[in-house]
Design a protein around this ligand. Structure first.
Ligand SMILES: [Zn+2]
Length: 1021
């Protein structure tokens, strides 16, 4: 921080040694040490690098690697052989045209996340984009402060000219795969453009043995990788990420940067092993100390004055009196003497138990209501069976059958103690169940009144799942049979009456709040609030007709959403379209999105394949951290104000608190800020989010996240501290919020224009000394363009036809996702498993799983005979090339599976075998399953030329030309051209016009269509 000294004065320095503070709080002993000095990076030394171990990797299954492939992957290993560096230097020398980084005034210092890419100034010149000679590479930014640049920093010192793995340029001659740029004068080597896999793999290695300290001026690790954060007063990036940790001082300065000033908040984000749990503090009846004027909660950045009698609010600067019971004297430096015993004065994230004045009613433990569709389609396609199985697994672990066998013994319920469970089924009627533990079996009560449904029983609807395990297990086991068509002879109910069932569920929970988990297996066409098949294949993308399909005007469902939020109730839907049919997710999912819930969608539900996923996802939804009846408020310091919120919540009026019926660990919101004055670079800017909610065990609490950001003197300074994941997430949420007011096509233009804005702003304002023909990309936004291309290609926004159910589902998903899930959604992790190193997939000497490198999402990286795991956090494909080795298949799936045709296409997990490969891959999948978002990890087989899932595989290769949009290389060329136009437009010197003829043609042709300044998305300061 620019005035880090100030926090030293506050005592923040005492927190810089995590081990020290660990003692102070008796924190977890398992936390690895922070930046452990010179030996810190030696851990990989015990193992051969990918390059060195090629012999091991090669051809276990007789596959041939194209020359250069392994070589490429090893480029970013730390133990780079010198010879390789030389060859890379040669390559670098030929690069031209594009350059990454490049803030001219930045001093060459050690860096953090990119430090394993050694830095080199390119010295040669070449003919990439328009033949302009390349100047020096942008020197790296110094985003580590003194702590990290001490001697003995963890990175090996680069010696001599070395390769920067992330450099962005295009050698001309040795690029057989290089895509030709519109200008015939240059080519871009796809190998050299910024690589998302590379941007993840290196840091992932690094953070295995390093903690991320939150107050040391480092840019947070990439969201997609696991890391342990150490809270030093600033909240962990898992909870809160700012787009810039050094803010521009004014709105003009922000404008020059082109970036949104935003904050991504994931208030209940899961923590990982080694991270300290959020402390829960109890200030009794008085409640947590707060600013009298702006109501901000006490936090580490509020200084105490007058010997400890006053605290100054860091949001509004109001001097508050310290209540007598909270008084503590200060030491001569002004720090409270009890500071280290006070988590609220030392940690960025704390939770307060709050007294009655924060209640809207007596909080009770969470009530879960399972609302189960028992209509024909649901029963016949195995969805009901799978759903009941999933509930059983979520409540008790194990399947129905297993639980039936041990009916007499009570199992351990998995949901938090105190929570209660109820079950209601519905078709054309509703069926309530008395689950009282004293009964032999559940009693069903039918509610046929759809117009005015009420809850027909007052006792036994919600029960303790442990006490009633026998009754519940038996009911869940019976349900699929009870509603099987042969029993209901002649009384098949194909049509679910969803809205009346939801209204009844609401009345069951209206007095307490709670969470509804609702299954639906067909379009609800019965009773009040019935929906129609309104998806019209004739509706073309981008028209008003499509906009209508992406929203709902159904008064019944919109009113229901409002009522649910008011009562503190939220819904997670499990929607299956067994025959691929239309469900009107725009209308149904509206209710879950407004109430803070989630929609799990199984577009072509197929029982054998999808039951495992269904079961895991029900389990996840029940066991993840959940709160209900929640309100959220975001505060920021003077000079800034909230300008917009993006996410799934209910918002009465702007300025009011955000309301959530329920909120869970996977949900994130985006907040953007604007300036209402100029920020003083001598002071810091502060942000605080406060989430008031009821825990599943029935405690009313406030979870507080605090962030501090320096104020940069210049926009260029701010650009050095950009958090790419936060920028990507703000962009994605903002884009998603534009639907349905804007068409999908408009949103794609918005994304493109915003991307050009950001890069052009940087080009104009901060890298003017680079030759005008170069595409210069800010160091910390290297992969940003690729993420934006993926966003354009995502189901949410892609061109061409896309079923509206899938589109709107993904749009809402984007609004709800946290940074980790979004990063994976926009760029999958692809791991080749046919050439794993022998040691991959097993623990290294420090007990960390050794993960193979991931590869770029392009078919160019797919090898003949290869086998790949492709995981985008939503689904995980196992793609098998048609010429895959029979040995590999046998090792993976067992002896009877030596050919692709022999494989069961509906398998959803690997068998447990005692082959090396099988163990490796299962371990890798386990690792992937532990760092993802809301969706469960199951395998889907995609055999080349055999399975429909191959289409998904092709779709996820985002670097290729697909999803109605160009390839990554062409996209960069496209961006470059428009950036040049931008830069040219703003330059007054026509004589300096830098473009080749090709570009001039491009400009005049495109200008009208582009129309940036006058267009809809012209920037409004
Ligand atoms: Zn205040």
């Amino acid at each position: 921080m620019s005035d880090f000294q100030m926090y030293h004065a506050l005592g923040a320095d005492q927190l810089q040694d995590p081990n020290k503070s660990q003692q102070a709080y008796g924190g977890s002993q398992s936390r690895p040490p922070i930046a452990p000095g010179p030996a810190g990076y030696q851990q990989t030394g015990g193992f051969p690098t990918a390059a060195q171990s090629n012999p091991l990797q090669q051809g276990a299954y007789g596959t041939s690697s194209p020359p250069g492939y392994q070589h490429d992957d090893s480029q970013y290993s730390q133990q780079q052989p010198l010879g390789q560096q030389d060859s890379m230097a040669g390559l670098t020398a030929q690069m031209g045209g594009m350059a990454v980084g490049g803030h001219d005034t930045i001093k060459h210092k050690k860096r953090d996340r990119h430090a394993y890419h050694d830095i080199q100034s390119a010295t040669g010149s070449s003919q990439a984009f328009n033949g302009m000679p390349q100047a020096g590479m942008g020197a790296p930014s110094d985003f580590l402060n003194q702590q990290q640049s001490q001697p003995g920093s963890q990175f090996p010192v680069p010696v001599g000219p070395t390769y920067q793995g992330s450099q962005f340029a295009g050698p001309v001659d040795n690029t057989p795969k290089g895509t030709q740029v519109t200008s015939s004068q240059g080519r871009v080597d796809p190998e050299q453009i910024p690589s998302i896999p590379r941007s993840r793999d290196g840091p992932a290695q690094f953070y295995l043995d390093h903690v991320f300290p939150t107050m040391e001026n480092q840019i947070p690790p990439p969201a997609a990788i696991p890391f342990v954060a150490f809270d030093q007063g600033n909240s962990s990036p898992k909870f809160a990420r700012l787009t810039m940790t050094h803010l521009p001082s004014s709105s003009e300065s922000l404008h020059s940067v082109g970036l949104p000033l935003g904050l991504i908040l994931q208030p209940l984000a899961p923590l990982q092993e080694g991270e300290r749990e959020v402390p829960v503090l109890d200030f009794g009846e008085a409640g947590p100390p707060r600013c009298r004027r702006c109501r901000a909660y006490i936090n580490p950045f509020m200084p105490f004055r007058s010997g400890g009698n006053k605290f100054i609010c860091n949001m509004c600067t109001f001097p508050n009196d310290v209540a007598p019971e909270y008084f503590s004297p200060t030491d001569p430096s002004g720090v409270r003497v009890d500071r280290l015993q006070r988590p609220e004065l030392t940690l960025g994230t704390v939770e307060y138990k709050v007294p009655k004045e924060y209640w809207t009613r007596e909080p009770v433990p969470l009530r879960w209501l399972f609302l189960i569709d028992v209509t024909e389609e649901s029963v016949n396609k195995g969805f009901l069976d799978g759903f009941c199985d999933g509930i059983m697994n979520a409540l008790y672990g194990g399947t129905k059958e297993e639980n039936d066998e041990q009916q007499n013994g009570r199992g351990q319920a998995k949901i938090p103690p105190g929570s209660k469970v109820g079950i209601v089924t519905y078709d054309k009627q509703m069926h309530f169940y008395n689950l009282n533990p004293s009964l032999d079996q559940a009693q069903m009560m039918v509610m046929p009144d759809l117009e005015d449904p009420f809850v027909p029983l007052s006792e036994g609807l919600f029960v303790d799942p442990e006490e009633s395990q026998v009754v519940i297990s038996s009911l869940l086991n019976q349900l699929p049979k009870m509603f099987a068509p042969d029993i209901h002879t002649g009384l098949k109910n194909p049509e679910p009456a969803l809205l009346p069932a939801l209204l009844a569920a609401h009345s069951a929970l209206a007095s307490t709040g709670g969470k509804i988990i609702c299954s639906l297996g067909a379009l609800p066409t019965w009773g009040p609030g019935r929906l129609f098949l309104r998806d019209d294949t004739k509706v073309t993308a981008g028209t008003d007709g499509e906009k209508k399909l992406l929203t709902t005007e159904h008064a019944g469902f919109t009113k229901l959403a409002t009522k649910l939020v008011e009562s503190g109730v939220g819904i997670d839907f499990f929607l299956a379209a067994p025959s691929g049919g239309y469900l009107d997710i725009a209308t149904i999912g509206y209710v879950s999105s407004k109430t803070g819930g989630e929609t799990y969608y199984y577009p072509n539900f197929h029982a054998p394949r999808d039951t495992l996923r269904l079961s895991k996802e029900i389990n996840h939804t029940v066991t993840r951290e959940t709160g209900y009846q929640a309100l959220m408020k975001v505060r920021c310091s003077n000079g800034l104000q909230v300008s917009a919120y993006h996410g799934n919540f209910y918002h009465h009026t702007f300025g009011a608190d955000l309301e959530f019926g329920v909120i869970d660990a996977d949900k994130a919101i985006g907040v953007t800020f604007s300036y209402d004055g100029k920020l003083d670079p001598k002071l810091d800017a502060h942000f605080q989010s406060a989430l008031l909610y009821t825990t599943p065990s029935g405690e009313r609490r406030v979870r507080c996240h605090n962030l501090v950001a320096s104020v940069a003197e210049t926009g260029g300074e701010a650009m050095k501290y950009v958090d790419q994941d936060a920028v990507v997430a703000i962009m994605a949420k903002e884009a998603a919020s534009r639907i349905p007011d804007r068409s999908v096509k408009d949103v794609r233009s918005f994304i493109t224009e915003k991307t050009v804005d950001i890069l052009a702003g940087y080009r104009k304002n901060f890298s003017a000394s680079h030759p005008t023909g170069q595409l210069v990309i800010p160091e910390n936004l290297k992969e940003f363009s690729m993420y934006m291309l993926s966003l354009i290609k995502s189901r949410a926004f892609k061109g061409g036809r896309e079923p509206t159910d899938r589109r709107i589902h993904d749009i809402r998903l984007l609004k709800a996702m946290g940074c980790l899930e979004l990063s994976l959604y926009l760029y999958p992790r692809i791991i080749s498993i046919h050439n794993l190193n022998e040691l991959d997939g097993f623990a290294n000497e420090n007990g960390h799983l050794r993960m193979p490198s991931t590869i770029r999402a392009t078919f160019g990286k797919i090898e003949e005979g290869g086998a790949y795991i492709v995981d985008n956090g939503q689904m995980c494909l196992l793609w098998l090339h048609s010429a895959v080795s029979p040995n590999l298949l046998e090792d993976l799936f067992g002896p009877s599976n030596a050919s692709l045709k022999a494989l069961d296409p509906f398998t959803s997990q690997l068998p447990v075998l005692d082959t090396h490969l099988n163990a490796q891959v299962r371990n890798i999948l386990q690792y992937l399953s532990e760092s993802r978002g809301s969706k469960a990890m199951t395998l889907q087989i995609a055999r080349q030329g055999l399975d429909g899932a191959e289409y998904e595989f092709a779709r996820l290769l985002f670097e290729d030309r697909n999803n109605e949009a160009q390839s990554y290389v062409d996209w960069l060329v496209h961006l470059h051209r428009h950036i040049q136009m931008e830069v040219y437009r703003s330059s007054s010197n026509f004589g300096m016009f830098p473009f080749t003829n090709v570009f001039v043609v491009g400009r005049s042709k495109k200008e009208g269509r582009w129309g940036r300044r006058s267009g809809k998305y012209a920037r409004r300061p």
